[in-house]
Design a protein around this ligand. Structure first.
Ligand SMILES: NC(=O)c1ccc[n+]([C@@H]2O[C@H](COP(=O)([O-])OP(=O)(O)OC[C@H]3O[C@@H](n4cnc5c(N)ncnc54)[C@H](OP(=O)(O)O)[C@@H]3O)[C@@H](O)[C@H]2O)c1
Length: 349
């Protein structure tokens, strides 16, 4: 019998949390594997999973019977503790999408890189979230870089593909890229990918985050949200989701705002606006897989990832936490935007 804890969040009020405890008593069925969650990261991206949980289906990855509540997904490492598959023996370490819970049972279908969870409730959810990598099969895995992997790997793929898409479209004719929530990891990862591509990078951020964002040395100009940008042909990459920031930019730039792309909503309000085009990473992924082949894409991503991680450790320090209560503290801090961008949170379960 295995004791499990799970942090559940009120789906209508993400500030309300509870730690639930239960016992895992059922025998594993064919192809099932029991994972013990080990090491995860938590950033604004995980809050977004909760904010648009119903829209995209994020609540359905790790269902709970707790009425009106849900389990927030996290990215990180877990270890196999019980298995019905010889290829995934106890002790196998895997990376993927994990619940705010000490344990997870998956129904594994083996792949060359690891396995896919084929549990019924995940069948119609985006495939990218259902794949798990076995660390010993993953050329990009480095035990020393686990902190960077749990924090940045799920974000940097988006940074890489987004930067690639705008460069691939010759910046839609503009030579300035304006990026909101410029202090966020996905935003500054995008800026890093766009460095030296012949465009001016303007970061917009909260007044309290101007110093940190400028200190990254990735943006040519960093401005607080209430400052006016120069009027020149520009692309807007929106990580904040703020309708006020969007409206101000459109009013000021008019036709010079040649492209408005929405990627995130750190300000926690979905602001659908017909002027903005949603960035859909799998589309660019498909395009580049066709252009470069899987190996060519992996090689290019690998080069970008190594260049990013070589610098990222110097930009953001790591704050370590452990157990469900500290996980809840980190959740509250990230949710309320209290977290300082110079520090990122990793939690050991
Ligand atoms: N579409 C995709 O495929 C995709 C993939 C990855 C990430 N994203 C999105 O990109 C965004 C950034 O994610 P991340 O994990 O990189 O973020 P992060 O590093 O945790 O970002 C922290 C920053 O977000 C802003 N922020 C955080 N909480 C806030 C709050 N309560 N109120 C106002 N501002 C707040 C602040 O930036 P400022 O002061 O600079 O505004 C803060 O410095 C998320 O919305 C995420 O979902 C999208």
């Amino acid at each position: 019998m295995i004791s499990r804890w799970t942090v559940v969040v009120d789906r209508d009020d993400l500030t309300k949390t509870e730690v639930l405890h239960d016992e895992l008593t059922a025998e594993l069925e064919d192809c099932e594997v029991l994972l013990r969650v080990s090491h995860v990261g938590l950033t604004a991206n995980n809050v977004t999973y909760g904010v648009i949980g119903d829209l995209i289906g994020y609540w359905r990855f790790f269902p709970t019977t707790a009425e009106g509540r849900g389990v927030i997904p996290l990215w990180g490492f877990a270890d196999v503790v019980e298995s019905t598959l010889d290829a995934l023996p106890a002790g196998t370490r895997v990376y993927g999408y994990l619940p705010m819970s000490s344990h997870l049972v998956v129904r594994a279908k083996l792949t060359s890189a690891g396995f896919v969870d084929t549990a019924d409730h995940r069948a119609d959810l985006p495939a990218v979230y259902n794949s798990y990598l076995v660390t010993t099969n993953d050329p990009a895995y480095d035990e020393q870089l686990e902190d960077l992997q749990v924090l940045y790997r799920p974000l940097f793929m988006t940074s890489f593909l987004l930067a690639d898409q705008v460069a691939d479209n010759d910046f839609y004719g503009a030579r300035t890229v304006v990026i909101s929530s410029a202090s966020s990891k996905t935003a500054f990862g995008t800026a890093q990918c766009l460095r030296d591509k012949g465009v001016r990078l303007v970061g917009l951020t909260s007044p309290r985050n101007v110093e940190f964002t400028s200190g990254l040395g990735l943006y040519d100009t960093v401005l607080p949200y209430d400052a006016a940008v120069d009027v020149e042909p520009s692309v807007y990459l929106d990580f904040s989701g703020s309708s006020d920031v969007r409206a101000t930019l459109h009013d000021r730039l008019g036709a010079d705002l040649v492209k408005d792309i929405s990627i995130g909503l750190t300000h926690q309000a979905a602001s659908q606006d017909p002027r903005s085009q949603f960035f859909f990473a799998p589309e660019q992924l498909r395009k580049r897989t066709a252009d470069w082949g899987s190996d060519g894409l992996a090689e290019r991503f690998g080069t970008a990832w190594r260049s990013f991680t070589a610098q990222a450790a110097g930009w953001v320090g790591i704050a370590r936490h452990s157990g469900p209560n500290e996980l809840v503290d980190v959740w509250q801090s990230v949710l309320q935007g209290k977290a300082n961008p110079d520090t990122a949170d990793v939690i050991t379960f």
